[in-house]
Each structure stands twice: as structure tokens, then as C-alpha cells.
Design a protein around this ligand. Structure first.
Ligand code: NDP
Length: 483
């Protein structure tokens, strides 16, 4: 029989349902049958919470704020057994014009909350940002080779992730450099491209079978929201378990960046060497140098900003199944390197002015891509980051806010826009004689349009009215004034 952790009358921190915010609550009672605690918030709100939503007060950092009152129920809009008494009394004492005025004010506050204002208006007595002491120190200035915590899972737990992808890359470069020094022929990869791709595909199928089998034993709260329809084919494809781990080794997180991205760079390098050999050149072509450099920048950027992946859909929402296993281990290294592969047997000479225009296009795309991703990542990690104080956001009932200015006020997925501009810049050096180098940009446009739709549905479910307001405020999805 499970033993209860908190006694009646004890003051603890209770998570507000659907959010990451914790408030001081008093345990009123415990139900032995449902294993739920009835807790009372300071404003009188009573709720039933699971033990995993309760924490001891000592594990939180206490911050004082001298701003005006706001109860959790008011902020979240959730239903509770009793309403805040202070709220109704206030309403009765006001005249109708005063209350109209205050309604208008409230609407304004809800619609557009400047970040600095948000900081002041959180709570009358004390405000906790939902994280235990140790994670409060999280900021956006991570250095590689760190352990950071991911976003809270449904049960409130946060997994730890080792940030060392960039060092894995440096180590791989050293190993490849050494093998080149000993004259190991890397263009072997070009000669046996298909065999390598088929081997990787076979491995990804085996890995997916293993992932599916182990997910059958996984506890319910560790399953992904999307991959548990009961339809074997669909669940096998989407992935059932959200964060499959062997000990501390996170299989999805590892596959997301390391083998696929680093493999892609190595294949590109092999193509560059193969081009020199096949075309009997002393130097790689300018087109090949551009393709290699652009894609190298993309990979190094992803590895350098490795922690940013922890707030992406792949990590927070999608399970680990065939879709990600095949995507990470086969699709990324073998399809994304098609431009370099093409150039080996299809020489494409471009002039310096053309090359310069393509470089500017790539830098432009990268600027949008990195700016948007970093802004959202910094905001999700610490909405009160002083560097973001100039941005506006709208609060949502789920506790998180949505940025409505800055990159995320331009279109709903500015990061996709930047990514697509770069994708075009990677294809252009190959000229216009063949569709193959443009496969990536065409496929990627379809993928991101579909992904944007999928994300939009999820956000609508998560944020309801606030999401609709965001969509009204930011009508274009990816391409300003077009789509
Ligand atoms: P995003 O990083 O775009 O994350 C979407 C999430 O951001 C939403 O679910 C929501 O999550 C949050 N969000 C949405 N709007 C706002 C807002 N206004 N303010 C604050 N938060 C908001 O998702 P992806 O994982 O799809 O993309 C990450 C990057 O990876 C992109 O740059 C993309 O181009 C790239 N990518 C590259 C691929 C490739 O093959 N090369 C494949 C797929 C993606 P919540 O509110 O829960 O935090």
C-alpha cells in the first residue's frame, strides 16, 4: 500500500494544473482510494492534486514581489471548486463605469503583456517560477559540456541531458583528419553510397522494433501524447515512448544530433574528395566548397546550440519510433548530402558574383533562423530574461506565454522561414540543369508546411483562445504576406 508523503495541515508547493507554476498550498485531506490530495490555495481555491504535483517548500527559491493581487485561478482561467473570495467582493464594490474601465484594463493586460510588466503582476505575496532551486540558475548562456534539464514532463519531472555534441564533433573531425593523414580513402563512401544507405536503413528498422518492444513495458506517463493510438502501424511509425533511455543514455536525444548531423558532414567531405578524384581536380569546385561550407555551418550551429533542441517538438512531443529513427540515421545524412553527391558527377561552375549573392542569401536565412530559434529558446527557458524585456507576449491559460513581437511577431514560424531560405541557398550552387539538387528544398517546404500545421493544432489544443488571439495578431504562418 503506498505511503502518503504529506500530512494534513502541512504547507507545501502545489503545481497549478496544466502549468509549470507552483503555489503555496495547505494539505486539507488525502483520499486513500484515488491517492489524491485535496489542497487549499491562499485565496481559498481548493483542488485535488496528485502527489507528483506537490513538492516541499524547502525545495523552492522564494522571491518577493510587491505587485497587486492575482490568484492562480484568475491567471489560468481553470475551473475550481471555490472561487477567489477577494475577486467577487471587489467586483461588488465598484460602480458600473469603474468596472467597465477595469474590464478594459484587464483585457489589455491579458492581450498584450510586456515582459517587464508580467514580472510585476505575477502574485501578491510570492511568486515561484515553478522550478526547484537548482534549476532556477538555468540561463541561456550554456557552454558545451554541461548537464542541463529539459522542459518539465507531464509528471513534473525534468530529465537531465549532457551537452557535449560539439565535442563529439571535434573528436570526429580529429579522427577523420587522422585517417586522411594515413591516406585512408574517404571517397570509398561515394563509391558505396547506396550500400551505406541501405545498412543505415536496416539499422533504423531494427532500432524501431526495439523501441516499440520496450515501449510496451514503459509506464503510461512516459508515453508520447501522439504515438499511442492503438493502431500498431501508426504507433510504430510515430513512436510510443517519449524519452527512451538506457540508464542515463537518452536514445532519441543522441540520435537527433550526433550520428545524423555529424555523418552528413563526413559524407559531404567524402563527396568533396570524390569530386577532386572523379573530375581530376587539384581543388574542389567553388560550388562544392559553398555546399560543404553552408551545411557545415548548419551542423556546427546545431551542435553549438545543442540545448535549443530540448524545446523543439521532436523532444517535447514526438515519441521515438521509426519516423525519427529513420529520419535521424538515414534521411538526414544520405538525403541532405544529395547536393554534394550530385556535384561529383555533374560539374557546376559558378562565377564569384553569383557565389557572393548565394552567400548573402545563406547568411540572411541563417540570421532569421538563429535569431528566431534563440529568441524562443531563451524565452521558454526564462521568460523574465532581461535581454527579452523589450518583447511583448500574451499569457495563456496553460501558464506559458506566447511572444507576439520580435521574430515570433513576424510570422508564426520564423525559424522555418530562415531554414527554407538556407535550403534554397544550398541548392543554387548546383545550377539549374537537374531537379535532384532541388529535391531537398522542395521536400523541406512540404515537410515544414505540414509540421507547421501539426504544431498549430497542438498549440490550439494547448492554448485555446490565447492561440486564436496569437493567430489573429500574427496572421501569416511561414512566409510574410504569402502564407
Ligand atoms: P519550433 O522550435 O518551431 O517549436 C514550436 C513550438 O514553439 C510550439 O509548439 C510552441 O511550443 C512554441 N511556440 C510557438 N509559437 C510561440 C510563440 N509565439 N512564442 C513562444 N513560443 C512559441 O519547432 P520545431 O521543432 O518544428 O523546429 C525547430 C527548428 O528545427 C526549426 O528551426 C526548424 O526549421 C528546424 N527543423 C529542421 C529540420 C530539418 O530536417 N532540417 C526538421 C524539423 C525542424 P510551447 O509553447 O509548448 O513551448
Amino acid at each position: 500500500m503506498p505511503v502518503r508523503r504529506f500530512a494534513d495541515g502541512e504547507v507545501v508547493m502545489g503545481r497549478w494544473p496544466g502549468s509549470v507554476l507552483y503555489y503555496e498550498v495547505q494539505v486539507a485531506s488525502y483520499n486513500d482510494l484515488t491517492h489524491l490530495y485535496t489542497v487549499k490555495y491562499k485565496d481559498g481555491t481548493e483542488l485535488e492534486l496528485k502527489e507528483s504535483d506537490l513538492r516541499s517548500v524547502s525545495s523552492f527559491k522564494h522571491r518577493k514581489s510587491n505587485s497587486s493581487s492575482s490568484s492562480p485561478s484568475r491567471r489560468s482561467g481553470s475551473r475550481s471548486r471555490s472561487r477567489s473570495p477577494g475577486r467577487s467582493a471587489k467586483g461588488k464594490r465598484r460602480s458600473s463605469s469603474q468596472s467597465r474601465e477595469s474590464k478594459e484594463e484587464k483585457k489589455k493586460t491579458v492581450r498584450e503583456t510586456n515582459l517587464t510588466f508580467l514580472k510585476l503582476s505575477e502574485n501578491n505575496t510570492s511568486r515561484y517560477n515553478g522550478e526547484p532551486d537548482s534549476t532556477e540558475r538555468n540561463d541561456t548562456s550554456y557552454k558545451p559540456l554541461q548537464v542541463v534539464e529539459g522542459l518539465p514532463l507531464l509528471n513534473g519531472r525534468r530529465l537531465k541531458y549532457r551537452i557535449n555534441g560539439f565535442y563529439a564533433f571535434v573528436l570526429t573531425v580529429a579522427a577523420v583528419g587522422t585517417s586522411l593523414y594515413f591516406e585512408i580513402e574517404l571517397h570509398y563512401l561515394y563509391d558505396h553510397f547506396l550500400q551505406f544507405a541501405v545498412s543505415a536503413a536496416t539499422f533504423s528498422v531494427l532500432l524501431s522494433i526495439y523501441l516499440y518492444a520496450r515501449s510496451l513495458k514503459a509506464p503510461k506517463e512516459e508515453l508520447s501524447p501522439g504515438g499511442n493510438s492503438g493502431n500498431f502501424v501508426y504507433d510504430f511509425f510515430i513512436g510510443r515512448e517519449l524519452n527512451p533511455r538506457i540508464g542515463n543514455f537518452d536514445l532519441k536525444y543522441f540520435c537527433e544530433l550526433r550520428p545524423g548531423l555529424i555523418g552528413w558532414v563526413i559524407i559531404n567531405l567524402a563527396m568533396l574528395l570524390a569530386e577532386m578524384k572523379v573530375q581530376d581536380r587539384n581543388m574542389p569546385s567553388l560550388s562544392m566548397i559553398l555546399v560543404n561550407s553552408f551545411q557545415l555551418l548548419y551542423v556546427v550551429d546545431a551542435l553549438w546550440n545543442e540545448d535549443a533542441i530540448l524545446t523543439t517538438m521532436d523532444i517535447t512531443h514526438d515519441g521515438f519510433g521509426f519516423m525519427l529513427a529513420f529520419g535521424d540515421l538515414v534521411w538526414v545524412p544520405f538525403i541532405y548530402s544529395l547536393q554534394a553527391f550530385y556535384l561529383v558527377s555533374h560539374p557546376s561552375e559558378i562565377s564569384w558574383p553569383t557565389a557572393s549573392a548565394i552567400i548573402i542569401l545563406n547568411i540572411f536565412g541563417y540570421y532569421i533562423f538563429r535569431g528566431a530559434n534563440s529568441q524562443k529558446n531563451a524565452f521558454r527557458r526564462n521568460p523574465k530574461d532581461p535581454k527579452l524585456a523589450h518583447l511583448k507576449c500574451i499569457p495563456t491559460a496553460a501558464g506559458k506565454s506566447l511572444l507576439i513581437t520580435g521574430w515570433w511577431g513576424l510570422v508564426r514560424h520564423p525559424n522555418y522561414l530562415g531554414d527554407l531560405i538556407m535550403a534554397l541557398a544550398w541548392s543554387l550552387p548546383c545550377g539549374f540543369n537537374h531537379i535532384l539538387p532541388y529535391f531537398y528544398v522542395l521536400y523541406f517546404t512540404c515537410l515544414l508546411i505540414h509540421r507547421e500545421n501539426r504544431d498549430g493544432h497542438q498549440c490550439k489544443k494547448k492554448y485555446g483562445l490565447a492561440w486564436e488571439r496569437y493567430c489573429q495578431r500574427v496572421p501569416y504562418r511561414i512566409f510574410p504576406y504569402i502564407y
